[in-house]
Write a protein that binds this ligand. Sequence first.
Ligand code: ADP
Ligand code: MG
Length: 408
Amino acid sequence: MPKFDKHFRMTESDAIEYARNRLPGFKGSNDLSCKEIGDGNINYIFRIEDLITGHSVVIKHADERTRSSGRPLDTDRNRIEAEILRLEREYAPGLVPEIYDYDPVMRCLVMEDLSDHRILRQELLAHRTFPRLAEDVSDFIVSTTLPTLDVVLHPSRKKELVQRYSNPQLCDITERLVYTNPYTNAAGDNKVFPPNLEFVKKELYENSELHLEVAKLKYGFMNNSQALIHGDLHSGSIFVKPNSTKVIDPEFAFFGPIGYDLGNVIGNLCFAWANAFATMESGQERDCYIAWVETTIRDLVDLFQKKFLERFPAVVTDRMASTDGYLEWFLTGILEDAAGTAGLEMIRRTVGVAQVKDLTSIEDSEARIFAERLVIMAGKSFILLRKDFRKSLFIVSTLNEVLSQMRI
Ligand code: ADP
Ligand code: MG
């Protein structure tokens, strides 16, 4: 049987052979180089380059086991990612990579090489700023979610899509890692920074008021098939260069609450904010960087609302949804979910199994203790006070309030 007719986990040399045999741009070429450049937990990412022509692509390859933990995970995630990227590119051209090919046997997604971009999280760690970020990310979220609302899509098409992208295994990961384990240590794999153990126990594990609100948000995540969402829109899923933004890695996509995407971005910008306080010397450079992060959070929310309000009337098909006040009510619900999600993301990435470099790379132990407590307390406030999120200022003012309380 020819080599690529049955799925197996490819190595770099298999990927070269694959490209030479299967991909039109590389057929027969003898000067291909390949490097596995994945830094995520789940898949293998091969960058293939023809050293003579300079032509390059990226192959995202899914194995039956995840890259970091080796746990089994349905390779159908790769099909979902390929289809969603194509859909997203239709809805938000220019903001996602181009897909050249999808191979359902080898679970290979062949896409545009974005090596001229950088992962946003790395750039934020270097305290670099990106003036287009709020504009582009708000555009991505509105453009990809608005067309998939029940009040926009034909009802039977909507139900068909909800079924097609129900994504049970990846949703199960989110339900455990975001909505359960950080508050219970149910799986015993929370990674709490040891000096913060007592703090986490008191503030997260033993707080029934917080548990109730998280439980309500979890129910919303499981039951609100509002729109097609990316499902994992953290700063590691956003590629940037000064004049371009690309969103990658939608394998967690499913029909869920729009606020989950918006809140995820906000939560990750809050990590950048906390990292700056913990690692930058006080002075003008830090003030400028923090001002940019705060403005970006506010612009993201303002632009999201503005674009949603502007574009909704042109696409809504449901007559009742055109009633005065409906759209405002709808947006209020999204903001509430977004504040809740930002808080959940901040907490789970601080104490849960999948952590972020924004915190773990803080070398000074006292600074890390402080930054983690700040993030946890702000995250709690976002969850508990989420109904107050009406204006973009809410996030930034809550962050600063928590900061000043902790400094007393
Ligand atoms: P995972 O599903 O394992 O999280 P990602 O899609 O997040 O994988 O990709 C992991 C890494 O691979 C990214 O952080 C990025 O460095 C690199 N990568 C992914 N897609 C591309 C691409 N199209 N072009 C260049 N590099 C990419
Ligand atoms: Mg990833």
